[in-house]
Each structure stands twice: as C-alpha cells, then as structure tokens.
Design a protein around this ligand. Structure first.
Ligand SMILES: [Zn+2]
Length: 139
C-alpha cells in the first residue's frame, strides 16, 4: 500500500468517526505478495444507526461496482478495510465469523477520531485469523 492510498483510507475512516467506516482494497496478487492498486471507500451500509459504532457492512452494489472495476484492470478484490472507533485494531468475533478465505482484513484503530494504529489480518489454513505484514511504500 502506498502512503497516498493509506491517507485516502484514513481520511474516509476519520470522516466516518465515531461510526465504523469501511471500504474495499483492489490490486494484484503475486503469490504471497499483494499490491494495492486502488482504495475504494464505501458507505457503512449497516442499517441500524445505533450500532454503527461497532458494526459495518458494505452494500452489495458497492461491492459489485468495485469487483467490476477490479476485473476491468485485471486486478482482484484483495480485501476490505474498516475502522474500530476507540477499540484496538484486532478482529472482533463478528470480523472472524465473516472473514473470507484468502482475503485481507485491514483494521484501523481510531482514538478520539484520529487514526492510531493500522493492522492487517487474514484467515490462515487452519481457519484462524492471523496478523499479516502491511508494507507502506512511498509511491
Ligand atoms: Zn471489526
């Protein structure tokens, strides 16, 4: 992920605070290495506004649009990002239950509305969610 992509992701998540913000990461897969080519912020489509501080969902039409964009460029949907407002960037039980195989989950912890920590996670072969490295590039 480039610093510019990271900043775009963070700006969206900070704007959604104190609700959870979310979006989709598109890019290329070279065996174990994934290169983000586009960050696509999406609205938090979780219906119940009262619980949007701890829940998010991406509307099917937003996912379809992003998946189509990826296909046009020969990219894949690499994963999803979302924020944990005033909570650590560790997957919740819900995040674990909804995790897709071979798909990265980027979680950004926000404290008092500002990005505090970013971590990436993936389901491993044992079906457990494990931390994966997230490299930041200049361009
Ligand atoms: Zn979460």
């Amino acid at each position: 992920m480039t610093r510019a992509q990271w900043r775009a992701m963070i700006a969206h998540l900070e704007a959604a605070y104190p609700e959870e913000g979310c979006g989709i990461l598109l890019g290329e897969q070279h065996s174990a290495l994934r290169v983000v080519r586009a960050v696509r912020p999406t609205p938090n489509a979780w219906e119940d506004a009262a619980t949007r501080r701890s829940r998010f969902t991406i509307a099917p039409e937003d996912f379809v649009r992003a998946a189509h964009e990826a296909e046009q460029h020969g990219w894949d949907v690499l994963g999803f990002f979302h924020s944990h407002p005033d909570h650590p960037p560790v997957p919740s039980e819900t995040d674990r239950a909804l995790a897709w195989p071979a798909t990265v989950i980027v979680i950004v912890s926000l404290r008092a509305g500002r990005a505090a920590e970013t971590r990436a996670w993936m389901l491993n072969d044992a079906g457990q969610i494990a931390a994966v490295p997230l490299d930041m590039r200049e361009a």
